[in-house]
Design a protein around this ligand. Structure first.
Ligand code: MN
Length: 215
């Protein structure tokens, strides 16, 4: 064990075209095969460079590598969650304890949906809208991430993530991000979000290293 690499691009549980018409196959292929893959390469490369820093005892490049580490590792994790949050059979609303918790902390599902839509739609530059479990307060929260890793509370565990980067929608929706977000709601796999909710409350993080549906 030398602390290098080990991150891998996860397979999708569906074909690139399976989320059409909400998300085009062209976007999915580029988003997964090029963008997500680049974050995985970046995470591995940064780990290797950190290993070299350690071996040389020369820490002059450390600040930049630390930024690269947070950016690439968070990008890898967020996309791994994003693919599994979505499904061709998705849509509708959550049920069970997740639905009850959304009502408790946001007032209603419609209120939560409006907040999540707004937080995703108002990202300045690149970022994400995130529904997360915040264990210190024992509550659901919505975060607005900048890039992949800023403006996020270290306590929180992401449950549902909406990619608001232009690469996620521009080829299909051009500058109308609101239409893309509206369509995202039609493909949310609430069973996956509920599984993450159950695990997060039990202090576990699931669904980062395996194909959709596994533990
Ligand atoms: Mn993305």
């Amino acid at each position: 064990m030398n602390g290098t690499g080990g991150y891998a691009l996860p397979d999708l549980a569906y074909d690139y075209g399976a989320l059409e018409p909400a998300i085009s196959g062209e976007i999915m292929e580029l988003h997964h095969g090029a963008h997500h893959a680049a974050y995985v390469r970046g995470a591995n490369s940064t780990m290797e460079q950190l290993h070299e820093v350690r071996a040389r005892g020369d820490y002059s490049a450390l600040a930049g590598l630390e930024r690269a580490l947070a950016f690439n590792l968070s990008g890898h994790a967020l996309h791994s969650i994003f693919w599994r949050n979505l499904s061709p059979e998705g849509g509708d609303r959550p049920d069970g304890e997740l639905a009850a918790a959304i009502d408790e902390f946001f007032g209603s599902f419609d209120s939560f949906r409006a907040e999540m839509t707004a937080v995703t739609g108002t990202v300045q530059g690149s970022g994400w809208g995130v529904l997360a479990w915040e264990p210190v307060g024992g509550r659901l929260v919505v975060h607005q991430l900048h890039d992949h890793h800023a403006n996020f509370a270290v306590t929180s565990t992401p449950l549902l993530v909406f990619d608001a980067w232009e690469h996620a929608f521009y080829l299909q929706y051009h500058n109308v991000k609101a239409d893309y977000i509206e369509r995202l709601w039609s493909i949310v796999d609430w069973s996956d979000v509920g599984r993450r909710f159950d695990a997060a409350r039990a202090g576990r993080l699931v669904g980062l290293t395996e194909a959709s549906g596994g533990e």
